[in-house]
Design a protein around this ligand. Structure first.
Ligand code: 5RP
Ligand code: FE2
Length: 225
């Protein structure tokens, strides 16, 4: 099943609650929240206080993408704030197995993120523990960047590894530069969750924006071999 997760990074933070309600009414499946610390990535965004403030504004799952060093220090706070999904970068986790268990112990579903230059194979030993794999299709840190087509091969590899291990229910998420065109190619490669910041919040008609991404992704998924 295709899921569309608008990223609030591209929303108007002065009207955050209204922006979230608008994309919920427009058909979003999840709300994607980009947490940046100015160390792992060169930008600073959101902390647990904002997640806590967002929680009562929507019934949709909150999908928290941690682009931070030492995520173990903050996972409990994000889970308490209401995160349903918490994803950490493999590149920031020397003890990834421990970090994944920490997320689950705090009642959230666990995801691991790979930067564009990190190979799929690093996740092989931990795949059975995961609920989601997020493949960055831009270098993390900013919205509005161009999709890196080279990552499509990695989407295919991860989907193949999951299918081989009987883990077809694990979500494969793509994030960065997603629009109807790139969503179609990513779905064809095996992606199931599509994060879109500027392609949703940058448009006047959010319902049309979400519908276009979803229908393109469905077309791509139908062509999967
Ligand atoms: O994780 C991210 C950036 O690091 C964002 O989720 C992503 O960039 C969304 O923005 P856009 O769809 O405009 O590329
Ligand atoms: Fe993100």
């Amino acid at each position: 099943m295709i899921k569309i997760a608008p990223s609030i990074l591209s929303s108007d933070f002065g009207r955050l609650a209204d922006e979230i309600k608008e994309v919920e009414a427009a058909g979003a499946d999840w709300i994607h929240i980009d947490v940046m610390d100015g160390r792992f990535v060169p930008n600073i965004t959101i902390g647990p206080l904002i997640v806590e403030a967002v929680r009562p504004q929507t019934g949709l799952p909150l999908d928290v993408h941690l682009m931070i060093e030492e995520p173990d220090r903050y996972i409990p706070a994000f889970a308490r704030a209401g995160a349903d999904w918490i994803s950490v970068h493999q590149e920031a986790c020397p003890h990834l197995d421990r970090t994944i268990h920490l997320i689950k112990e705090h009642g959230a579903r666990a995801g691991v993120v790979l930067n564009p230059a990190t190979p799929a194979e690093v996740l092989k030993p931990i795949l059975p523990e995961l609920d989601l794999v997020l493949l960055m299709t831009v270098n993390p840190g900013f919205g509005g960047q161009a999709f890196i087509p080279r990552v499509l091969k990695k989407v295919e590899s991860i989907r193949r590894l999951l299918d081989q291990e009987g883990l077809s229910d694990v979500e494969v998420q793509v994030d960065g530069g997603i629009n109807p065109e790139t969503a179609k190619t990513a779905a064809r490669a095996g992606a199931s969750v599509f994060v879109a910041g500027s392609a949703v919040f940058g448009k006047e008609d959010r319902e049309k924006a979400i519908r276009s991404i979803r229908s393109a992704a469905e077309t791509g998924a139908a062509r999967r071999r």
